[in-house]
Design a protein around this ligand. Structure first.
Ligand code: GRF
Length: 201
C-alpha cells in the first residue's frame, strides 16, 4: 500500500525535496499527498508546485490562537487522507491536540544527535559545546520539544574551521538520505518498546 505523507514546512524545503525525489523514483513506498506551509513565499511551496503536489499556505498570523491553527492543520491533513505527517523545517510548536490526532504517525528531523542540543540553533549549540561529532536525528513527535523516540540518526564530524553555516550544510547533506531512510522504516512498520523504536521489517 502506498503511504500518504503530509509534509509541514516553513522554509527552503530541501528535506521535502528529498522525499519528493525518493517517492518519484520509487525508493520509498510513499507519496507526498500535500505540503502545508505556514510562511507565504517559502521555497517549500515552489517545490510542491514544481512536483505537481497539492499545497496549502496557512499563515499562522491569520489565526486567533494555536488551537484554531492546529485544528485547521488537522483538517487539511485529514482531507488529504494523510497516514504520516513529516515535519521538515516546520518552525511551529504543535499542540498536544495535534500530536494526539496523529499519535505515533508524526516524524521530525532535527540537526543534532538528540538528546543533545534540542530546540533552536542546534548547530550553534554544538559549536559552543565543542563536540567533535554531531549529526541529525529523525524521531517520532510527542508533546516534548525534539523529545520523542528516535527512529534513525547519522553522525557528522565537526571541523575546526566550521561556522554555523558550514556545519549546517554538512549536516543537511546527511539529513536528506536519513529522512528517506526513516520514512522507509516507518512504511515497513515501527514497534515501540519503551523509548526504543524497533524496526522488525
Ligand atoms: C533542517 O536543518 C532540519 O533539520 C530543521 O530545519 C531545517 C530544514 O531545512 N528542522 P529544509 O527546509 O528542509 O531545507
Amino acid at each position: 500500500m502506498m503511504l500518504k505523507i503530509g509534509v509541514l514546512a516553513s522554509g527552503a524545503g530541501t528535506n521535502l525535496q528529498a522525499l519528493l525525489d525518493a517517492s518519484r523514483e520509487g525508493r520509498i513506498a510513499a507519496e507526498v499527498a500535500v505540503v502545508i506551509c505556514n510562511v507565504a513565499g517559502a521555497g517549500a511551496l515552489d517545490r510542491a508546485r514544481e512536483a505537481g503536489v497539492p499545497s496549502v499556505c496557512m499563515e499562522h498570523g491569520h489565526y486567533d490562537d494555536r488551537a484554531s491553527f492546529d485544528a485547521d492543520l488537522v483538517n487539511a491533513l485529514r482531507a488529504h487522507r494523510v497516514d504520516l505527517v513529516c515535519l521538515a523545517g516546520f518552525m511551529r510548536l504543535l499542540s498536544p491536540q495535534f500530536v494526539d490526532a496523529f499519535r505515533g504517525r508524526i516524524l521530525n528531523i532535527h540537526p543534532s544527535l538528540l538528546p543533545a542540543f534540542p530546540g533552536l540553533h542546534a548547530q550553534r549549540q554544538a559549536l559552543a559545546a565543542g563536540v567533535k561529532i554531531t549529526g541529525c536525528t529523525v524521531h517520532l513527535v510527542d508533546e516534548g520539544l525534539d523529545a520523542g523516540p528516535i527512529v534513525a540518526q547519522a553522525a557528522v564530524p565537526v571541523h575546526e574551521g566550521d561556522t554555523e553555516e558550514t556545519l549546517a550544510a554538512r549536516i543537511r547533506e546527511q539529513e536528506h538520505p536519513l529522512y528517506v531512510h526513516a520514512v522507509g522504516l516507518f512504511a515497513r512498520g515501527l514497534v515501540l518498546q519503551g523509548r526504543r523504536v524497533l524496526t522488525p521489517g
